[in-house]
Design a protein around this ligand. Structure first.
Ligand code: MTE
Length: 379
């Protein structure tokens, strides 16, 4: 990893997030793209690399990196969001990597549609799922967990695996993948949380039964109450969400000014239809302007021209997105999702005041000088 601008949340295994300002750029530069690893990064040799496709298929395959790169390819623009993005804002605090806003990014991914390989292998009629396994191994963290090491893996429903946009990607923003992002080959599963986009893929197995492994039960799952009693289901689609990029939390802005509030909004498998902004803690909502064209699997940036209040005070800003299915961001975290799928409207507190210099309170600064600081009550 050669970027000095990523925020380290964990050194081993490496987990780094982007500064929130990456949401300002439609495509996230590769060296500013967040990295989420469960285990140490495997270093695979492209010469000896082989991808096995087997299980419930007529003709199992063994494909080299070179062969894969010679197959018909496709490029898709896809936003990848880690299921734990925003975890650090949850109250009470939850265990797991303490992501703020930056466990998300958008890139143009190039690779071979998984459907192409599945067609070549000839999927059996009774197949229900596709198990995708990475080359990285280690001891998992969530209970209940098996004893010893396992490989990172994820299972996709057969219908999703056969969609033309699900890629075995080898390029990211027109560059070969780096080891951190899955070199030589990774999955890109548009619309699903990032855990489905398995990196360093070495094995794909077509299954006749949905597996009950660690990755389908203990980690990246949620409680679905839809059937009258709680049922554990694997996480899949990204839930509708937006984030405010500007202003930052606790920024000081001038009164009675035009101020451009910006952010981004995204939703798993449907498009963003509307973003609203509240500057009064959710009492009233104003429609924001969507900036990017609507694309099924990519975020849309938005802006709102705010006339700041004439008087000094604190304002609570909230953004709220709605997608084309009518799903809207909730105002509270859904406890059934544990520490995942954190898509509630997140308040950004902003101080409106005319000047840093004003009256009265004499305070010792960190450098030891005695200064006049803010004299008015900010809250
Ligand atoms: N694939 C493997 N083999 N091992 C992993 O730890 N992490 C997953 C996914 N694929 C992971 C993986 C998770 S949780 C996310 S959010 C994305 O990779 C992150 O992709 P990135 O590191 O390229 O941003």
């Amino acid at each position: 990893m050669d970027s000095a601008a990523l925020i380290v949340r964990e050194k081993e295994p490496l987990n780094v997030e982007s500064p929130a300002c990456v949401l300002d750029s439609f495509l996230t530069p590769n060296d500013l793209f967040f990295i989420r690893n469960h285990f140490p990064i495997p270093r695979l040799n492209p010469e000896s690399y082989r991808l096995r496709v087997d299980g419930a298929v007529a003709d199992p395959l063994r494909i080299s990196y070179e062969e894969l790169r010679a197959m018909p390819s496709r490029t898709s623009t896809v936003t990848l969001e880690c299921a734990g993005n925003g975890r650090s804002f949850l109250q009470p605090r939850k265990s797991g990597v303490p992501w703020e806003l930056g466990a998300i990014g958008t890139a143009e991914w190039t690779g071979v549609p998984l459907a192409h390989l599945l067609r070549r292998a000839g999927v059996d009629d009774g197949a229900v799922a596709v198990f995708v396994e990475g080359a990285d191994r280690g001891e998992p963290t969530n209970d209940p967990k098996p004893d010893g090491e396992i490989a990172f893996a994820r299972t996709l429903p057969i219908e999703k695996a056969q969609e033309p946009d699900v890629l075995l990607a080898y390029r990211m923003n027109a560059r070969d993948l780096t080891p951190e992002h899955g070199f030589p080959v990774r999955a890109i599963v548009p619309g699903y949380y990032g855990m489905a986009s398995v990196k360093w893929i070495t094995h794909i197995e077509v299954l006749r039964e949905w597996p009950r492994g660690y990755w389908e039960t203990s980690e990246y799952s949620y409680w679905d109450a839809a059937e009258g009693r709680p049922i554990v289901r694997p996480l899949d689609k990204i839930r509708v969400k937006s984030a405010i990029v500007r202003p930052r939390m606790h920024e000081i802005v001038r009164p009675n000014m035009g101020y451009r509030v910006t952010g981004a909004a995204w939703s798993g498998t449907s498009e963003i239809a509307k973003v609203e902004l509240s500057v009064d803690g959710g009492e009233t909502w104003n429609v924001a302007r969507l900036l990017d064209a609507s694309r099924r699997y990519a975020w849309r940036r938005w802006e709102y021209e705010w006339r700041t209040p004439a008087q000094s005070r604190m304002c609570v800003l909230l953004s709220r997105a709605r997608d084309s299915t009518g799903a809207t961001q909730p105002d509270h975290h859904d406890a059934n999702y544990g520490s995942y799928a954190i898509n509630y409207t997140l308040p950004v507190e902003v101080f409106v005041r005319s000047s840093m210099r004003s009256s009265g309170i004499r305070t010792e600064s960190i450098s030891g000088r005695v200064e006049n600081l803010v004299g008015e009550t900010l809250l």
